[in-house]
Every structure is written in C-alpha cells, then in structure tokens.
Design a protein around this ligand. Structure first.
Ligand code: ATP
Length: 377
C-alpha cells in the first residue's frame, strides 16, 4: 500500500478547542509510526480519522492517489473499505463468542475457507500467547488477555495497515515488554504499515521507525526516535521524551541562574553564540561525575552540585542534585558513591548542551552563531 498522507487536517468537536489543528503527516508504506503525546493532545482523534471513524472538519487524507477523505470535495470512504485493521483500547470483543470465534470472525466475513481459517486463528492466538484460552468467553478473561485477543483478531485478518490505539495499556510490565518485542518483530517480518497511538515515550522510542509528537492538537516533531531524542525540535519534545526528562534551565536576564552560567561557559567556547538563546538543555546521561580536581576547560562545562538523593535503579544510578537554585538529574551507569549533602563535581561536553530560543524552538549552534553575527552587525 502506498504512503498515507494527511494534509492540513483539522478536527473540531461541538465544544472545546481544535482536537487536531492543521496536521500534515505522511505515514510511509511499511513504517511503524507512533503518535505520541500527553492525554488529550489529539492522538486518538487522528487515528480515528485515518480509520474513517471520525470526519475531519478540514483537509484531506489520501493513500497514494486514492482519496479517503476530502472536506473540500466531500469525499469520504467508509471504514470497511479502507482495508485497515483496528485495535482500540476498549477491545470491542463479541461477548457471546469464544476467544477462537472472536478471532475467526473477520476471516469468516472475508470468506476465508474453513481449514485456512482454523490455521490462521491458531497461529494468531499462539503469537499473542493466548492459545490456552481459545474456548473461553471474553468475560472470563483479564483486561490484558482481552487486549491480546483483540490483537490476535486483527493479526489473523492480516491487513496491510494496522491502526493501534494504546493496545498494550492493560498488560503488566513483563508482558508489555514481550508484546513490544513481538509487535516489532511482526512489523519487521511482514512489512505492515503500523500506526500506533501511545502516551508512553518508551513504547514509542523502542518500536517506532518514526515518531509524531503532538501537543494540543499540533504536531511538534516528526522524526525517527533517535532524532527526537537527540535533536528535539523544541522544549516540549525535549521534556516529554526521556526519563528522567532533559534538564532545562532558562537563561535569566540577570545572569545568575544556571542557564546563564551554562551560557556563559558556551560564550567562552563560542564567543558569538549568546543572543537568542533562551533556554539550555542537558540530558541526564550527558552529565558525568568526575574527580573533585577535574579542571575547568573550554570543551566541557564543569560544575559542582550538591547531592539531594542518589537513586540506584539496579542498572544505573539516578542522582538528584542542586546547582545553585536549580535542580538537575543525572544518570550514571557507573556507581555514584555519594550520599545526600555531598558535593560532587560534574562535567558536560559543550557539544551535548541543547539550545532553545524564546519561542521554545531548537537552535543549532551554527544557527545561533549566524543569528548572533547578524545581531551584532
Ligand atoms: N467526541 C468528542 N467530543 C468532544 N470532544 C472530544 C471528543 N473526542 C475527543 N475530544 C476532545 O478532543 C481532544 C483530543 O482528544 P483525543 O482523544 O484525540 O486525545 P488523545 O491524545 O488520544 O488523549 P488520550 O491519550 O487521553 O486518549 C481532547 O481535548 C478531547 O477532550
């Protein structure tokens, strides 16, 4: 199936602000696209519009040359003719059918012959590790098991586009991890196009080939997960993706706050980069604990922080520390042998510092430098 393209798509309901605001989004064939954002940002509405369960109030949705929706010329292709498989949070299993019959249902509609139907039902149940419950009814299953049945039902039909709305939300942590791996493997094996709604950044980071980060109905960034992480488009994305989130420090005008201190350091390293930078950001893992006599230098921002708490997670140490009036988090994979109240010396590579302008948008060092040159002249 060719790419799905949403062009200038908006959606308003009778009450409230725009649920989706002028969205341009291309979902390439074979991609695993995660719609990521906090509750109410318009993810589900976007998915439902792709599915044909909701009408856009402006814009168009196309698949290659085929128009699925166009507000301008009144085109609307109903859900069942879009060839997409749907799994929503609320399972929608038939209560009077057993698990196996639920999974079989779509295949019957497609008139798949009996023996093939049986084989496909068995394979889908096995893949979702729910084959032991084939003869039970949905009311006899836990929420997580029901979620797996609805995934199995969709997989059995084998649609070329899978639309999934938080399909793993009711699973426990172990199963969730397994299912992520399963879905990722499935995607790599089948080459299906997957659109996956989640508010869980880890889920998006681990599975997606591209992540669409949304806030208040507006697309904030569309990029591969590593780009979203390493080059967040703005302070919202920087703070939303990552756990603990990126440390953000405003560069207050009186020059006393942490942001200003970092900026001062950057200015020493890059004398013309000062103006336009409003906020600086540092990922927790970019802060390294160094020896107490580690010297200041122009490649790193070196500072002393007071330890508020050391939080070992087993694989790493998360440290909450204060630097002046600012609280920071650092994450270290080496043991941090410090306790509350200790002073530790830390270093951050200058190139690991993220810069944001007054509008919250990312500034590349080169851009900042060019703007500074313009500002100075
Ligand atoms: N049927 C509806 N009528 C009125 N407003 C709605 C309706 N459905 C959604 N909204 C509003 O549209 C906005 C976007 O909702 P949507 O469900 O798409 O967000 P979401 O990002 O999927 O949130 P969640 O993660 O909580 O499901 C919200 O402000 C919501 O209140």
């Amino acid at each position: 199936m060719p790419s799905i393209a949403l062009q200038s798509v908006s959606k308003s309901y009778a009450v409230g602000p725009l649920a989706v605001d002028n969205l341009d989004l291309t979902i390439p064939d074979g991609s695993f696209t995660c719609l990521l954002g906090p509750s109410g940002c318009g993810k589900t509405t976007t998915l439902r519009m792709i599915a044909g369960l909701e009408h856009p109030t402006a814009g168009s949705i196309t698949v290659g040359d085929r128009v699925l929706d166009s507000v301008a010329d009144g085109t609307f292709v109903p859900t069942e003719r879009r060839g997409m498989g749907l799994v929503f949070q609320n399972y929608a299993l038939w209560p009077h059918l057993t698990v196996a019959r639920n999974v079989e249902f779509g295949l019957k509609v497609q008139k798949v012959p009996g023996p093939e139907r049986k084989a496909r039902v068995e394979a889908a149940l096995k893949m979702m590790r729910i084959d032991g419950a084939a003869d039970r009814y949905p009311s006899q299953l836990s929420g997580g098991q029901q979620q797996r049945v609805s995934l199995a039902r969709m997989l059995a039909v084998n649609p070329s586009v899978l639309l999934l709305d938080e399909p793993l939300s009711n699973l426990d942590a172990t199963l969730r991890l397994e299912m992520r791996a399963e879905l990722k493997r499935l995607h790599e094996e089948t080459g299906h196009t997957i659109v996956f709604v989640t508010h869980d950044q880890l889920e998006a980071m681990t599975m997606a080939t591209q992540v669409a980060v949304m806030k208040d109905g507006v697309l904030q960034q569309l990029a591969p997960p590593m780009d979203v992480y390493h080059r967040p488009a703005n302070t919202f994305v920087a703070a939303f993706v990552g756990s603990p989130p990126m440390n953000l420090a405003p560069c207050d005008e009186d020059g006393t706050g942490l942001g200003a201190v970092i900026l001062h350091h950057l200015a020493a390293a890059h004398p013309h980069d000062l103006p336009r930078i409003h906020t600086v950001g540092v990922r927790p893992e970019a802060i390294k604990v160094v020896d107490a006599d580690h010297p200041a230098n122009d490649k790193e921002w070196v500072f002393d922080g007071q330890v508020r708490a050391v939080l070992p997670t087993g694989a790493a140490w998360t440290v909450s520390l204060t630097v002046g009036a600012t609280e920071l988090y650092l994450v270290s994979t080496d043991e941090v042998a410090a306790t509350t109240g200790d002073t530790i010396r830390c270093a951050v590579k200058t190139k690991a510092v993220h810069l944001f302008g007054a509008d919250g948008n990312r500034l590349e060092l080169e851009t900042a430098r060019a703007e500074a040159a313009e500002w100075i002249s």
